[in-house]
Design a protein around this ligand. Structure first.
Ligand code: M6R
Length: 612
């Protein structure tokens, strides 16, 4: 949420910052802004997208080799020009960008106002830059010392970057609960919310930890200290990220590219972890902690949004295959209640970004209770990946479309492999079934490829239902969470109200909504509950609902009663979500495009939710 980028070096800063902001735009697109140092500070900011900022800056003075930029997801203050970042100090010497929320901003603002500070925005951020200014003035402090002092007063979450025109050869950054990465180039430094704006220039990075402040200097030196002034020596990491992975690669949208990447990304998530022929599974992250996992009383899965849906499928998998009790929790709820978590529990955090504030906070709470913390994360080097005791990357590659697609299927792959690995260790699965599932896993990528060829048919169905005001998604067993995920995908990118329900629950309420204007999308691939699903479809048809059924290839019975059927290849039931979610992703995509919605940047959303 909110993207930050900063540059100091010998090159022109503005083009680097603007390109960086374009890459970070998925983190928020309510407004964008830059401050460039050239004797004076030149600050430009505009409501809307980075493109609006670029148009606004056209022809203006933007030359300089030091600058900061920001793309905003609004928390405090409406999305408009005055609330856009950067925010400048009252004396106009300082300029600052911020990602996070300063929770005690109101009391700080009052105190600063009494000292004569006046404010021009409605943001919490502006308070910080005034506080730094105040400490500089009052205590005659250097920029970094004033930042340190100000941040000690701030309650909440922040990644900030700030510079002072009186110290034209340095930039200061700091973080707590919001990400900030330092990029080390040759005679130049970058600071950014993630590595995507940096990778074009250097693959050498340092991931800052909470409550650390970094000062980067034009002479090539830098220093990281804690809020308590302890010097930190960080290992410089080399990141493996290719610039092409950050481009649309010929697709109209990132979401479309990411849907179509799934045969590859699913394969990548399995690579080196499974061999059906030789009959083994090996999930690296589990090996050092296997005893603790085998002996676990419980697995608690904490996640948000789509990752939470993957977690629900994880519950089915672990209970079904490895016979361990599982609870799946919204991280935002788990962190604030008083849950019973013990040392013999394993807390599994699922997160594409690895930066979701609620998931991170739930982990912090669970660590205090002594549970083993396991992260299943996509973003390499992210906060959750670094905070957990152990974990597995899902290796889906950068996911840029705000609606999660390929990360979801890769999360399912890792959860399936983990459940199978644990089942094997515990002896809760027969050798025959184990082998069968291994072979079935290896077949998934080509089956996904086959589903992707149904694009025209799915697009046609999309044209039929694109104007519906509501939609209902139904599924049973392993496919109930897929109903939830299908509904979320439709809501977030096409703004059609949709609900996911366990198919049998429909008659306990939602059936009242069904009439001829209500498309009902039914996951009907389950072998175990097939007859029951057929009955549910009959119940919808009896009330004139329009049924779109996802069925197994060769199904004839449902074809006779449903309005549309989408046939997908057969697989073992625990793996069926990996296939049944694909047509739902495609359907949402096409509906959103037909409704002229911004697929990759849906209104009000941001990819990485780093505030509560
Ligand atoms: O990065 P995370 O997986 O922790 O993100 C969790 C949710 O914010 C995310 O899945 C969100 O629901 C997506 N927009 C869903 O498409």
């Amino acid at each position: 949420m909110c993207g930050i980028v900063a540059y100091i070096g010998n090159k022109e800063a503005y083009p680097i910052i603007i390109e960086g902001l374009r890459r970070l735009e998925y983190r928020g697109y309510d407004s964008a802004g830059v401050s460039i140092l050239n004797g004076d500070i030149h600050t430009y900011k505009k409501k809307g997208k980075v493109k609006d900022l670029e148009d606004f800056v056209e022809g203006k003075n933007k030359s300089g080799t030091l600058g900061i930029g920001h793309t905003r997801w609004a928390t405090h203050g409406r999305p408009n020009d005055k609330n856009a970042h950067p925010h400048n100090s009252g004396n106009s010497d300082l300029t600052l960008v911020h990602n996070g929320i300063i929770e005690n901003y109101a009391s700080l603002k009052e105190a600063l106002a009494e000292l004569g500070h006046t404010f021009t925005s409605d943001t919490d951020t502006e308070i910080l830059v005034h506080l730094i200014e105040e400490y500089q003035k009052r205590d005659d402090l250097s920029l970094e010392k004033a930042v340190q002092k100000a941040l000690k007063k701030a309650v909440g979450a922040y990644a900030i970057v700030v510079f002072d025109k009186k110290s034209p050869n340095k930039i200061v950054g700091a973080r707590k609960s919001s990400p900030l990465v330092l990029g080390l180039g040759k005679d130049e430094f970058f600071l950014a919310s993630d590595a995507t704006p940096i990778i074009k220039f250097t693959n050498k990075v340092i991931y800052l930890n909470d409550e650390e402040i970094v000062t980067v200097n034009r002479d090539g030196s830098y220093e990281v200290v804690t809020l308590d002034d302890e010097v930190q020596n960080h290992e410089v990491k080399e990141i493996d990220l290719k610039i092409e992975e950050l481009e649309k690669g010929g697709y109209d949208h990132f979401m479309l590219k990411e849907i179509h990447q799934q045969p590859t990304t699913i394969f990548e998530s399995m690579r080196g972890r499974i061999n059906a022929e030789e009959g083994w599974i090996l999930v690296g992250g589990m090996q050092d902690h296997m005893k603790r996992m085998v002996d676990a009383d419980r697995i608690i899965i904490a996640a948000c949004g789509t990752s939470w849906h993957a977690g629900l499928i994880g519950e089915y998998l672990f209970e079904d295959l490895a016979r361990v009790p599982v609870e799946v929790e919204y991280a935002s709820e788990l962190r604030y209640r008083n849950p019973v978590i013990r040392e013999r529990d394993v807390v599994l955090a699922l997160s594409q970004s690895g930066e979701t504030a609620d998931t991170l906070a739930a982990l912090e709470m669970a660590r205090n209770k002594g549970a083993l913390l396991y992260g299943i994360v996509n973003n390499v080097g992210s906060s959750i990946a670094r905070f957990t005791d152990c974990g597995s990357y899902i290796h889906a590659g950068p996911e840029i479309g705000v609606a999660s697609t390929k990360a979801f299927t890769s999360q399912l792959v890792v959860l399936t492999l983990m459940a199978l690995n644990l089942a094997k260790e515990k002896g809760t699965i027969s050798e025959g079934y184990f082998r069968k599932l291994l072979y079935a896993m290896e077949d998934i990528p080509k089956k996904v490829e086959q589903i992707l060829t149904l694009d025209e048919q799915i697009k046609y169905i999309a044209t039929e239902i694109k104007d519906a005001p509501n939609a209902l998604y139904l599924g049973r067993g392993y496919n109930f969470p897929i109903a939830l995920e299908g509904a979320l995908k439709l809501k977030e990118i096409s703004y059609i109200h949709a609900e996911g329900y366990p198919a049998a629950e429909m008659k306990h309420g939602p059936i009242a909504l069904i009439d001829e204007s209500m498309p009902v999308i039914v996951m009907a691939t389950n072998v175990s509950a097939y007859e029951k699903i057929v009955s549910n479809i009959q119940e919808v048809k009896a009330r004139k609902g329009m049924v779109i059924a996802i069925v197994t290839e060769g199904d004839t019975e449902i074809k006779k009663i449903a309005d549309y059927t989408i046939e997908i290849p057969e697989t073992e039931e625990p793996l069926s979500p990996l296939l049944s979610v694909i047509p739902l992703q495609m359907l949402s995509y096409h509906i959103a495009v037909l409704r002229n919605c911004n697929v990759d940047q849906p209104r009000n959303l941001a990819k990485s939710v780093t505030v509560e």
